[in-house]
Design a protein around this ligand. Structure first.
Ligand code: C2G
Length: 132
């Protein structure tokens, strides 16, 4: 069984996230998603609309996702790959090269991002609607 691992905040789940998860799952048999905790988001200087618990619950309902674990810090990836016996690490290409150190432990693939959508854009567009 080929195990795939990816990380992210996955706030306000949108087609860009789904496209990433769909393609990541297609590269293996079992997809683990490490979702940033609210505390780690603060370190990433991100304020998610949904709590960690809600973002985890939503992702667990996505058919491409087999398991959701917490992402608590930048330094856990090697341990996660080893603990979960991961064969392939996948991220969007906005992270190209950032996680190449994992190549000593598993395959590393960066996939093209989905253009025209992001959680930030959703928030900005909604704010614009409200102000009309
Ligand atoms: N993504 C994408 N296309 C978009 C938006 C996001 O492919 N239009 C991908 C990102 O490249 C990432 C994943 O969806 O692989 C999750 O995106 P975010 O929730 O923004 O994750 P991020 O804040 O980049 O956190 O340790 C890694 C970090 O936790 C990554």
């Amino acid at each position: 069984m080929k195990k795939v691992l990816t990380y992210g905040t996955f706030d306000l789940l949108h087609v860009g996230h789904i496209n990433l998860l769909k393609r990541a799952k297609a590269l293996g048999d079992y997809l683990i998603v490490a979702v940033s905790t609210d505390e780690f988001n603060a370190i990433k200087d991100k304020k998610a609309y949904y709590s960690y618990e809600d973002r985890k619950y939503i992702l667990e309902a996505v058919k491409y996702v087999d398991e959701v674990i917490p992402e608590k810090d930048w330094g856990q990836k090697v341990k996660d790959v080893q603990k979960h016996d991961v064969d392939l690490f996948v991220m969007g290409h906005d992270w190209e090269g950032e996680f190449d150190f994992l190549k000593d432990y598993c395959e590393v693939v960066y996939l093209p991002r989905t253009e025209g959508i992001s959680t930030t854009k959703i928030k900005e567009d909604l704010n614009t609607i409200d102000s009309k």
